[in-house]
Structures are given as structure tokens and as C-alpha cells.
Ligand binder design. Structure first.
Ligand code: G6P
Length: 762
């Protein structure tokens, strides 16, 4: 029968509960091998103990025979003399005396007729005289009768008259005891030897494994460009060769790229990534908005951190990576704070990188920034029903300013292959310009705003030039896959190029650009959280500042005063809430912090004026005495003030009509280390794809949004905690260092492939 059949039969005999566990166990090859080994060991033990018992048995019998002979030799003569004496001596007392020996059970004399005479009292019933004629030679017999086993030795005795026999009987029960002991010790010895061998084998295997693991660790630690011990010679010394190194190196990139959740991304890990994957690379960031603005206020230089999602995301990354950040110097005291190369070390308190300022004339700003970027591309890419305006003159300025920034980047590059991170819609032409001047550069362009569908994008008179400019990049990033798809569709519609949808790449004139989603985020923990008071104190401070009643419920909104943010829509939702839920009148206060932005443009000026009117109307409708439901704060707020507001709030409303990501939503979540507060979030903000525990709203649905605000105000603290905890964990893990790391890892991979002659066409 085959072994597997035996297993099956054995399993079938078990109770049902054990059967499933047993069949699972027996299903494993390792379990089968173990059972086979144990069975073999059992067979060996049984065989060896049997052998030991036979040997002990035979040896004991021989021992008894020898003893019987000894007795016969010692007493035979005397017995014969006694028998020959006249009258015949009584041998009984003599026999009884001899039988006192421990093992000698009994003695007796058989006359020639085979009758037992002079037998000791201890003579067992099983002992008997041989039938006449009596044997002439010594005989030995083991008798296992009714009592204990005995050895019966019969020795011939010859006197002048008679020929009798001496019976010597030994007790054999000690043999059985000795045999059992021998079996026990043999089994014990075998188990001991097997265990010893098993331990020895385990020790050898562990030692081998340890050596192998050490080799592998050494390979991981010492191989790979950028590793301290990396060298071809080292590689040859170790037992793991070139193939494993190649695999490890690929795995390292793959794992981090696809599974960044396992890496705790922080300034430190980002820095390590640069050291290990891009050793010695120069990083240059280009954006329109600068991270630090120096303004002159009342004759004093005041430092300002701009309200910009782009800046709040990139600034911590640059603090971690170092390098140069090229940006428009827009502050009134910017020129006074740079060196002769137009550079200033920032952050001013603890410099980590260089800010290179680029100066623009008012005409350039009007054409490139206000005109093409903010009256053309901004409304083109955001579906907020504001008509884009395209002017030929603006386009010319846009191209010229892009060229100016290209000149500055080339000037700042201290090698021919820097990593240039081009930021946003103000620089669509820059990647192509840089590609022609720094062909070996790794250019990563990131589009921080949505990319529209091809029909919408098609209305832009310079659609081909914009796409062509962006395709000068090595990698082009968007916040979401949806925006990547829209871009590829636009390429398909308007350009002669090769699209590889599987790789998500576009090849134009032999150059391949990868199109990738990188959801942007914020630093974790946010710097603005550092000196914050506990939420309870923030709440008290905010109530005091705005003279709010003790039982006031606070809703907040924080953004630039931009028409894409849905500021009017959320004020209308508050209006509807107060109309349909009178219980909130006198209690709910909505604080809107709105930073003026692009105020030169009519659409922005108009929005601001309309918002003021709307707030006044709502306050007139529902306010009384000192109570105003809408508190509109039109001014720049520093991050610490924003965080205090967030921490004081019962809820935060982010009602963008269209938004690439929206970092306010993530900042609100990051600010609530008390795990309280509700986020009301527009489904048209990229952030809603990640923060699904927020209350998701359609900002165009005023009634729906007002009901959601009502639900947020009534939400149980335990539910708030549950939702907030989930969102905080997500933002913690997917922080901005991870965002940058993903791009840099892709850049590293690209550079490796290029360095070994990889081309997309191959
Ligand atoms: C959006 C854009 C950024 C810009 C920010 C502030 O987030 O994507 O590029 O920095 O708005 O706009 P501003 O025009 O004030 O720089």
C-alpha cells in the first residue's frame, strides 16, 4: 500500500474535529517527512530492543547453566558419598541448606526409577525427574509452567549400586526483569542518540543558514551604486554574485516604488533615498511662487510664507533634500535680501537650501502670470464656469518668461545631468527648453492643477505647443490617474506621437515621457503644529478673539480667495442650514479665512466683492445683537494662525468646485491630534479620492451641503474619532516626503536604465 494511502486510512479513523486538522497537517510535505522519520525511528527502536531482549535472555540462561554446573561440581561428590553410605545418608537437610542461596531455588535427587527423593521444600511442582532410563549426560531445560519460569538442570550421579540424577532448579524470574531493563535502556539509548543526532543536524543547518544569511546581508549592505562598500572586487569575494545584486537592486526600487506604505517617509528617509539612489545628484526646483517672500512694511523687512499649496508641499521636501529653488522674486524687499547672484539661503532661521530669485517686469507679470497662466490656463483646467481668455501678447510673454527661467536653471546647474523639478502650469514650455539645452538632465514636471478632457483643452490656441513643451520632461506627474488619462487623451487627439498605454508613456521625436500619478500631500508632523496649545485652549482663544458665546459651534474655511474654491457656495449652504434648522441660529459661526490672491484680475476682484455682499446679507438675515453667523477674514494668515483655527473648529468645509488635490483638507486632518472635528469635503477635490472618511459633498447642491453640515455638527465624538483616526493615519503615511520619494525613485530608475543604454524604442 502506498504511504499516502496509509495516511488517508489513518485520518479516516480519527474523529471529525481532528480529521480536518490532521488532513491539513498531512497535506504538508514537511509533516509527511516528519511522520515518516518518526515511524522509521519507532521501527528501529522496536527491532533493537527485541534483539537486546534475546541477547539478554540467552546470556542469562548460559549464566544459570554455569551456576547449576558449579553447584553440581561442588556438591555432586558429597551427594554420591551420602548415597553410597550404609545406611544411606539423609540428604534432605544438606539440600535445604544449599537452597538458601538467592537464585538456587531447589535441589533434589532422582533415583534410577525416576522418583524424586530428598527434594527441598521449595521444589516447584513444574520440576520433575526425567523418565527412566535416566540420561547419561547433563541436560538443561527451561520450564514456563504454572508458576515463575524455572531452569531445570539434570546431572547424572553414579554410585556403585545405582545410577541416579541430581536436579538443580534455578528461578528464572530475574531473567525477565533483566530483559525488561535491557529493553528499556536500549530504547532510552536509541532515543537519546536520535535526539543527539537531530540536535547536531539542526545545529549544522542553523550554522549553514547563518553563514548564508550573513552573506546575503553583506551583499545587500555592500552592493549597489552609492553603497559604502560597493566595488566589483567585493562582489567577486562574496558567495552571491552579479545576478543576485541585480535582482536586489531592482527589488529595492520596485518595493519602495510600489509599496511605499512600508517605509516611514520623513526628511531622514528622503535624504537617505537621495544618498542611496541618486548619489551626488543636484536637485533644482522651479516654480513661479517663492517659498519665502521678503516684504517691506512700515520701513521694516517682514518675512511672509505665501498661501500656496505648492509651497506648503515643496518647502519641507527642499529642506530635506537641499539644492536650489528658482522662483519669481515677488516681495517688495526681495532684492534687498539676496546676494550678488540673486540668491538667499533659506529658511532664514536655519538655512537648508538656496532660493534663487528671478526678477520680472510688470509687463512680464501681466502677460505671463496674470494673463496666460491665470486668465488662460487656470480657468481652462478648472471646470468652474469662468471663461478662459487667450491673448497672443500674453502667450509671447509666457514663452519669454519660460525662456528666462530656462536660462537661470542652466546657469544654476553645476553638472550636465541635474534633476530639475518643474512646478505647475506657469512653466508648460520649460521642460522642452531645458531638454534642448541640458539633454542629459532628468526633468520631472508636476502639474498641480487638474488636466481637463480633450474637448475642453482643445479650445486653447496653443494646445500643441503646451503639450510639446511638457513632453520635454522625463516624467510628467499629476495628482490623479484621471488627470493622467485626460492628458494622454489630449496627446492622442492633437499630437503625432507614439502612446504606450501599458507603460503610460508618450514618445515624441524619439524621446519618451512617462505619465504618472503622484498624489501630493503635506509634511508630517506639520511644522505649524509645533507650538500649538491644546485644542480646548485654541477654542477658547478663538472664541475670545471673535467675541463668541460660550456655547458657540465653529465651522471654518481656509483658502486663497479663488473662484475655484466654492467660497460663495459654502456661505449659501450655511444660509440654508440656518433657514431649515433654526436651532443653529445664534449658535453656529462660520469663520472664513480668505487670503487675497491675483487681486489684479476682475474675476478675483468680483468674487471678493460678491463674497462680502453675500456675507453681509446672511448676517443681516440671521444675525442679532453681536451675533454674526459669517465671519469673513480677508487677509493673509500665517500657518500657525490657520492651525489654531483648525484646532478650534467643530468642522472644516472644503467645497472646491474643482481642485487638483487641496491640501487644506489634509492640513485640517493633520492639525487634529485630539482626533475630533469633522471634514466636509467636495467630491471635486482630488483629496476626496484619499480621504473617504470625510463627509463628501457636491458643492453645487446647496441644500445637500447644508444638511451635511448639520450632520457634521451632530456627529457623535466617538464617530468623529473613528473617522479622524483613519484619515490621520492615511495622511501620516502618504505624506509629502512619500510624494517626493515616489518621483525621485522613478527618476533614479530612469537614470539607471539610461546609464545602461536603455531606450524606449529598443
Ligand atoms: C495653486 C497652484 C500653485 C500656486 C497656488 C497659489 O495651488 O497650483 O501653482 O502656487 O495656487 O497661487 P499663486 O498664483 O498665488 O501662486
Amino acid at each position: 500500500m502506498r504511504t499516502t494511502q496509509l495516511y488517508r486510512d489513518a485520518v479516516a479513523r480519527l474523529p471529525a474535529s481532528l480529521r480536518s486538522a490532521a488532513s491539513k497537517l498531512l497535506g504538508r510535505p514537511s509533516a509527511r517527512y516528519a511522520i515518516l522519520a518518526l515511524a522509521a525511528l519507532a521501527v528501529i527502536i522496536v527491532a533493537m530492543t527485541q534483539m537486546a531482549s534475546v541477547i539478554v535472555d540467552q546470556w542469562s540462561q548460559r549464566d544459570v547453566e554455569l551456576r547449576a554446573r558449579l553447584v553440581f561440581r561442588s556438591v555432586g561428590e558429597r551427594v554420591m558419598l551420602g548415597l553410597a553410605a550404609k545406611p544411606e545418608a539423609d540428604l534432605q537437610p544438606f539440600f535445604e541448606q544449599l537452597a538458601e542461596d538467592e537464585r538456587l531455588l531447589a535441589l533434589g535427587y532422582c533415583n534410577p526409577k525416576g522418583q524424586l527423593l530428598y527434594a527441598t521444600k521449595s521444589m516447584p511442582d513444574d520440576a520433575h525427574c526425567p523418565p527412566p532410563p535416566l540420561p547419561k549426560v547433563d541436560t538443561f531445560e527451561v520450564i514456563r509452567g504454572h508458576g515463575a519460569p524455572i531452569s531445570l538442570a539434570v546431572f547424572p550421579l553414579s554410585t556403585k549400586e545405582d545410577e541416579g540424577s541430581l536436579l538443580v532448579v534455578h528461578d528464572l524470574s530475574f531473567v525477565e526483569k533483566r530483559t525488561r531493563e535491557a529493553e528499556f535502556y536500549m530504547a532510552l539509548a536509541l532515543v537519546g542518540v536520535a535526539a543527539g543526532l537531530g540536535l547536531l543536524a539542526t545545529a549544522i543547518v542553523l550554522a549553514l543558514l547563518r553563514g548564508w544569511t550573513q552573506s546575503l546581508r553583506a551583499a545587500i549592505a555592500n552592493f549597489g551604486p552609492g553603497r559604502a562598500g560597493y566595488s566589483g572586487a567585493r562582489q567577486a569575494e562574496l558567495p552571491i554574485g552579479r545576478d543576485i545584486e541585480a535582482m536586489l537592486s531592482e527589488l529595492r526600487l520596485e518595493r519602495r516604488y510600489t509599496d511605499g506604505i512600508h517605509v516611514e517617509w520623513s526628511p531622514k528617509t528622503l535624504h537617505q533615498l537621495l544618498d542611496q539612489e541618486l548619489p551626488g545628484a543636484q536637485v533644482i526646483v522651479v516654480s513661479n511662487r517663492e517659498p519665502y517672500i521678503h516684504n517691506r512694511v512700515d520701513g521694516r523687512v517682514v518675512l511672509q510664507t505665501p498661501a500656496s499649496g505648492l509651497v506648503s508641499a515643496l518647502e519641507p521636501v527642499m529642506r530635506a533634500c537641499g539644492g536650489v529653488w528658482v522662483a519669481h522674486g515677488s516681495g517688495s524687499a526681495d532684492r534687498d535680501t539676496v546676494d550678488k547672484r540673486d540668491r538667499v539661503a533659506v529658511p532664514p532661521a536655519n538655512p537648508a537650501y538656496a532660493l534663487r530669485r528671478v526678477w520680472l517686469t510688470d509687463e512680464e507679470q501681466d502677460g505671463y502670470y496674470y494673463g496666460l497662466a491665470n486668465e488662460g490656463l487656470w480657468p481652462l483646467c478648472h471646470i468652474a464656469f469662468v471663461r478662459p481668455t487667450f491673448r497672443e501678447k500674453d502667450w509671447a510673454y509666457y514663452a519669454a518668461v519660460n525662456r528666462r527661467f530656462a536660462d537661470v536653471v542652466v546657469e544654476e546647474a553645476d553638472r550636465d545631468d541635474p534633476i530639475v523639478l518643474v512646478q505647475d502650469y506657469q512653466f508648460a514650455m520649460l521642460p522642452r527648453m531645458l531638454r534642448s539645452r541640458l539633454p542629459r538632465a532628468t526633468i520631472i514636471a508636476f502639474w498641480h492643477i487638474p488636466w481637463p478632457n480633450p474637448e475642453t483643452f482643445g479650445i486653447c490656441p496653443w494646445r500643441e505647443q503646451i503639450i510639446d513643451g511638457l513632453l520635454g520632461s522625463s516624467i510628467l506627474g499629476f495628482h490623479t490617474q484621471f488627470h493622467c488619462n485626460n492628458f494622454i487623451e489630449a496627446v492622442d487627439r492633437f499630437m503625432e506621437s507614439r502612446i504606450d498605454r501599458e507603460r503610460s508613456s508618450v514618445t515624441l521625436a524619439g524621446h519618451e515621457t512617462l505619465i504618472r500619478p503622484y498624489p501630493i500631500s503635506i509634511e508630517w508632523p506639520p511644522a505649524a503644529l509645533e507650538r500649538q496649545a491644546p485644542p480646548k485652549e485654541c477654542r477658547e482663544a478663538v472664541k475670545t478673539r471673535f467675541s463668541l458665546p460660550a456655547d458657540a459651534r465653529i465651522a471654518v474655511g481656509v483658502e486663497r480667495f479663488d473662484y475655484t474654491k466654492g467660497i460663495l457656495d459654502r456661505m449659501r449652504a450655511v444660509d440654508a442650514l440656518l433657514e431649515h434648522h433654526p436651532e443653529w441660529r445664534g449658535k453656529l459661526v462660520f469663520i472664513q479665512a480668505a487670503a487675497p490672491t491675483r487681486s489684479k484680475l476682475n474675476t478675483y476682484k468680483g468674487l471678493q466683492a460678491e463674497a462680502i455682499r453675500e456675507a453681509e446679507a446672511i448676517n443681516a438675515r440671521w444675525g442679532h445683537g453681536s451675533y454674526k453667523p459669517i465671519l469673513l477674514q480677508i487677509r493673509h494668515h500665517e500657518p500657525s494662525e490657520v492651525f489654531e483655527l483648525f484646532r478650534a473648529a467643530d468642522l472644516c468645509v472644503v467645497s472646491s468646485l474643482h481642485d487638483g488635490m487641496n491640501l487644506v483638507a489634509k492640513e485640517f486632518v493633520a492639525s487634529r491630534d485630539d482626533e475630533q472635528g469633522v471634514l466636509v469635503l467636495s467630491s471635486f477635490a482630488g483629496a476626496s479620492r484619499e480621504l473617504s472618511e470625510a463627509l463628501i459633498v457636491n458643492p453645487y447642491d446647496t441644500h445637500g451641503m447644508s444638511e451635511t453640515i448639520d450632520a457634521a455638527l451632530r456627529m457623535d465624538p466617538s464617530v468623529q474619532r473613528e473617522r479622524m483616526r483613519e484619515m490621520r493615519e492615511l495622511v501620516r503615511q502618504r505624506n509629502v516626503y512619500r510624494w517626493a520619494a515616489q518621483m525621485l525613485l522613478d527618476a533614479a530608475r530612469l537614470r539607471r536604465r539610461e546609464s545602461i543604454g536603455y531606450t524606449a524604442a529598443a
